[in-house]
Design a protein around this ligand. Structure first.
Ligand SMILES: *Cc1c(COP(=O)(O)O)cnc(C)c1O
Length: 392
């Protein structure tokens, strides 16, 4: 039977029926340790009771009214997120691409207000910002852009992790810098500490907006609620999605200072954005991250998993590097390793491989100590078997 789903994904031959915490069960009752979390979405694990209760309660009360009216949950989540991030206000949407789309529109309109007719945004090589036309144009990956030309113009690209390359940009059309604190899709690339701080300085000197895409790094993943908090800076614009609803679609574009005054009535919108259900989930996620001290948990777990992985790979010359920021973990090999995903699946483990040679682990922040040890052990033995000489 041919599928009526458009083949936009090369899917693995498994479908899950049920989840609890860090574990998923397929239709045959086989269980899988989920070290990917729906790509950093279910940071609180599957079926977290606080999120379930919030959704169920809200669903029995009211799902949607549109943004033609005030939405109490939206206002409450905007208050909570703004306070947590040190920002002034929030535009709600339904995905990461939409959050970045809002940020790009905001930056352009801010540019026009300053008299720049063709405002440009500095973006990075290897970046990922989404699949809409503007966000794929901002993305630093030709494979994602190919076939969709003409691209949206107004992006100036520089190498990632090199703040001086941003400082060297000599273009009077530039109005903003858009950057991920860690490149997730780009291969778990972690810039040296001080990178964001230096970008903040450059943006201040040049009058540019610093726009951080924390769609993947946000919501506790890297060991702080937001990755930028580990650098002691605050951006002008911050985008969130993925884990903000723990699986309920929601995205957010936060702004501060002058940037918070840019998008006024009629300038942007979303029918579903910030509806009562999505915001109920967001409020429950934010509360739970705090109550269970999960950003701190991510920091501790990330360090212990990375230590265990390094110990497992001692003497394996094919492992180039284990790198991590909190529970955003990359294991880089000296060869393509996409085949590991199916091998791991057979063993009841969900992982991801990105940029060909990097295993990406994004386990839930509620992972138990025991499952953290199990995860490092499984990945260690899989990789060591895969890189044995007879597999060359
Ligand atoms: C996943 C991701 C996006 C896109 O989010 P969608 O919800 O898939 O549109 C944007 N930026 C980053 C950094 C991401 O990881």
């Amino acid at each position: 039977m041919t599928s009526h789903v458009m083949p936009t994904y090369a899917r693995l031959p498994v479908s899950f029926e049920r989840g609890e915490g860090a574990w998923l069960w397929d239709a045959e009752g086989k269980r899988y340790l989920d070290a990917l979390c729906g790509i950093s979405v279910c940071n609180l694990g599957h079926a977290h009771p606080a999120v379930t209760a919030a959704i169920v309660t809200q669903a029995g009360r009211l799902l949607h009214t549109s943004n033609l009216y005030r939405v109490a949950n939206q206002e409450a989540l905007a208050d909570a997120l703004s306070a947590a991030a040190g920002m002034d206000n929030v535009f709600f949407c339904n995905s990461g691409a939409e959050a970045n789309e809002a940020a790009i529109k905001l930056a352009r309109k801010h540019g026009h207000a300053k008299g720049v007719d063709k405002p440009a945004i500095v973006v990075m090589e290897g970046s990922f910002h989404g699949r809409t036309l503007a966000t794929l144009s901002a993305t630093g990956n030709r494979k994602i852009q190919e076939g969709f030309e003409p691209l949206v113009e107004g992006f100036v690209r520089v190498p990632y992790g090199d703040a001086e390359a941003v400082a060297a940009v000599d273009d009077s059309d530039v109005v903003a810098v858009l950057v991920e604190p860690v490149q997730g899709e780009g291969g778990v690339r972690i810039p040296a500490l001080g990178y964001l701080k230096r970008l903040r300085e450059i943006c201040d000197q040049r009058g540019w907006l610093l726009v951080l895409d924390e769609v993947q790094t946000g919501m506790g993943r890297t060991g702080a609620l937001f990755a930028f908090q580990q650098e002691g800076i605050v951006p002008d614009v911050l985008t969130l999605a993925k884990a903000l609803g723990n699986g309920v679609p929601i995205g957010a574009c936060l702004a501060r200072g002058a940037a918070a005054l840019v998008l006024t009535a009629g300038k942007h919108g979303s029918t579903f954005g910030g509806n009562p259900l999505a915001c109920a989930a967001g409020l429950a996620v934010l509360d739970t991250l705090r109550e269970e001290r999960l950003p701190e948990r991510a920091r501790l777990l990330g360090a212990s998993i990375a230590d265990n992985l390094r110990a497992a790979f001692a003497g394996n010359p094919h492992v180039v590097e284990v790198r991590h920021l909190g529970l955003m973990i990359g294991v880089q090999l000296d060869r393509p390793c996409g085949a590991l995903v199916a091998l791991a699946l057979e063993q009841g483990l969900l992982i991801n491989v990105t940029s060909d040679t990097t295993i990406r682990l994004l386990p839930p922040l509620i992972l138990s100590d025991e499952d953290a040890v199990r995860l490092a052990g499984l990945v260690g033995s899989l990789v060591n078997a895969y890189t044995q000489p007879n597999n060359l």
